[in-house]
Design a protein around this ligand. Structure first.
Ligand code: B12
Length: 212
């Protein structure tokens, strides 16, 4: 850790949106790599915000302000994680499932998978199962990656498995699930092909599923 990283974390937690970009640049100038900034800085800051929300010290407006502040930094460093990208090692359709708008984690996973040399089709957030599958068919994707942070929307991930089965695609298109509401047990229970705790593991998982 460094004074620059501590400052960035404080800026995100307190929602000082105008200072976030410069503070992220200051971390880069101090020698922190983009991965460090995402995982040791920005993600940690969001975890602190989450704790404050859970403790009722923060309410939604503050959480939203922190999320928007975080995006100022994320938008600067994610392209660096993505590297060249699109090297044709595989194709992934990624999105946040229907009913859920939390997209920070999904965007980090997307950057890591792009950095792996995969072609990514990002459908955004609040995306119905049928749209994931239509895109996977259209692009001949090998992987569908689904994110959710909310318990009620876990049902969509279960639905994905049964629709893939009905369409005879189960096993042909592999599914990866993740996000705060998910777990290894849940993924096993619904029959998903993989689960990971964070975006670093997500890229290892994608490599494994693609046999890279
Ligand atoms: C930021 C935030 C918001 C922001 C979201 C902004 C945005 N653009 O994303 C705003 C203010 C909009 C928001 C709204 C709401 N929120 Co909110 N929010 C959060 C908060 C504080 C942080 C989430 C976050 O960004 N974390 C940081 C990222 C980096 O972590 P991550 O998403 O987990 O991602 C990592 C891994 O999970 C993994 N991963 C993620 N996706 C994937 C996908 C795959 C395939 C893989 C392999 C891995 C993977 O890799 C990522 C990077 O390492 C959490 C609290 C928390 N502790 O999580 C609550 C939280 C998720 N929110 C919650 C709730 C309830 C809501 C609201 C319903 C509140 C309301 N009453 O309106 C609304 C949701 C509306 C909706 N329909 O979606 C609850 C969910 C409870 C539950 N289990 O159902 C939480 C847990 C807070 C709480 N303790 O109650 N929220």
């Amino acid at each position: 850790m460094s004074a620059e990283m501590d400052k960035l974390i404080d800026i995100v937690v307190t929602g000082k949106i105008k200072e976030a970009k410069d503070a992220t640049q200051a971390c880069l100038d101090a020698g922190h790599g983009p991965k460090d900034i995402v995982f040791e800085g920005l993600s940690k800051a969001m975890a602190i915000v989450g704790d404050k929300y859970a403790a009722k010290q923060y309410y939604l407006p503050q959480v939203l302000l922190s999320a928007n502040t975080l995006y100022q930094g994320l938008n600067l460093v994610l392209p660096m994680l993505e590297g060249e990208g699109g090297a044709g090692k595989g194709t992934v359709v990624i999105a946040v499932v229907e009913g859920d708008v939390h997209d920070i984690g999904k965007n980090i996973v997307k950057a890591m998978l792009t950095g792996l040399g995969l072609t990514i089709h990002d459908l955004g957030k609040d995306v119905p199962v049928k749209d994931f599958i239509a895109k996977a068919k259209e692009t001949n994707a090998q992987i569908i990656a689904e994110s959710t942070l909310m318990t009620p929307t876990l049902a969509a991930m279960k639905e994905m498995e049964s629709v893939l089965k009905e369409e005879g695609l189960k096993g042909k298109v592999k599914t990866m699930v993740g996000g705060g509401a998910t777990s290894k047990e849940f993924a096993d229970q619904i029959g998903a092909d993989g689960w990971s705790y964070d975006a670093v593991e997500a890229s290892q998982l994608a490599s494994k599923l693609l046999g890279l």
